[in-house]
Design a protein around this ligand. Structure first.
Ligand SMILES: [Zn+2]
Length: 354
């Protein structure tokens, strides 16, 4: 057992950190890793710490985070550690094109492939981290496969993806898979209290909202007003339930316009938020309130739960998922979003509930 160090600074996923430390200690590194897991769960930090551990001037199993190599990697400024993904691809494109990009292109992979033939300049290993690997298009996937088949001995490839299932099986089979799962709510809350000094109530609420994704919670803490903005957005969504159909349809039209203008992420976040609310109403109506996310709005949830049938709630939660899926499938956004607001459940008189 190697003595534990906290320098990886990762909340949870102890098994993954331990696995990588052991691989470094025994010199049994894989040529390629695939780190998968939901947004904000800690994939990018794990990839970065691995790159630091492999090039740290202390040359132990843990990154020291203080030496020149560790610090340059932290700032994405080390010649032997290359990071690519949708963000770097977009940075090299014109603003209009960048907003429309939905795939990782072969040029992005080719640029890497030219670079990977070079031996380390000043570090011990060349580390290539590719974010958003699930967005590799077919040509880029095939190009990536070539590199994975014959990686140079001094290189470590780290693919980062939401789900391994969206990658070519031949790519997945050539990588050591590290599947990061959401953490228990209590673990996220404890970390927010102890490491980030959040008040207990805020930590509980953020942990519940985060769905076990600490990076997601931290982004919300770091963005000023993000917490208040989220509450306000939820209030606006909830007000839609009291609006006539014509207002809901106008909302769908506005959302579709934003989506087409390149604000896809914001629209998906809105759908997520709305779905989290209706899922909570469903859980409350079904008598399972312990799993709810909006723990600061229990009274409103109970009031809403009394006004709808469980089957209507269930159908609407599904129709929000369906709308998100249709958007991903490139269905006309207005059709997808209108279909969703048309499926909003009707309030029932108390005696009519079943
Ligand atoms: Zn170091």
């Amino acid at each position: 057992m190697i003595e534990l160090s906290d320098n990886w600074g990762i909340v949870g996923h102890e098994w993954a950190v331990e696995f990588l430390r052991r691989s470094i200690a025994s010199n049994h590194l894989a040529h390629a890793y695939l780190i998968s897991g939901p947004e904000g769960v800690g994939k990018a930090l794990l990839a970065l710490r691995l790159a630091q551990a492999l090039n740290c001037e202390q040359a132990g199993v843990d990154p020291c985070l203080r030496c020149r190599a560790c610090q340059r990697i932290e700032r994405s400024n080390h010649p032997d550690v290359r990071i690519a993904g949708m963000a770097t691809q977009a940075a090299g494109a014109k603003a209009d094109d960048a907003a429309r990009q939905k795939e990782l292109k072969i040029d992005t992979v080719r640029e890497w492939q030219r670079d990977i033939t070079l031996k380390p300049y000043e570090g011990r290993r060349r580390v290539f981290i590719l974010h958003d690997a699930e967005k590799l298009n077919e040509a880029a996937s095939n190009a990536m496969l070539k590199t994975l088949e014959e990686p140079p001995p001094y290189a470590t490839l780290v693919l980062v993806a939401h789900t391994a299932g969206s990658l070519l099986p031949t790519i997945v089979s050539r990588c050591q898979l590290l599947r990061l799962r959401p953490l228990p709510r209590a673990q996220v809350a404890a970390a927010l209290r102890e490491r980030w000094n959040l008040a207990a109530g805020d930590a509980e609420l953020l942990a519940a909202w985060s769905g076990g994704r600490i990076g997601w919670a931290l982004r919300l803490i770091e963005a000023p007003d993000a917490l208040a903005a989220r509450q306000q957005r939820l209030d606006e969504l909830l007000a839609l339930a009291d609006q006539p159909l014509v207002v809901r349809l106008r909302w769908a039209e506005e959302c579709a316009k934003a989506y087409r203008a390149g604000e896809q992420t914001a629209v998906f976040e809105t759908l997520d938020l709305w779905q989290s609310w209706w899922r909570d109403v469903l859980l409350t109506a079904a008598g399972c309130p312990q799993a709810i996310i909006h723990i600061d709005r229990r009274e409103a949830l109970a009031a809403a739960a009394a006004q709808y049938t469980v089957s209507d709630l269930h159908a609407f939660v599904s129709s929000i998922s369906l709308a998100a899926q249709r958007l991903r499938d490139n269905v006309n956004p207005q059709l997808a979003l209108e279909g969703m607001v048309l499926a909003m459940p009707e309030r029932q008189a108390p005696q009519a509930r079943k």
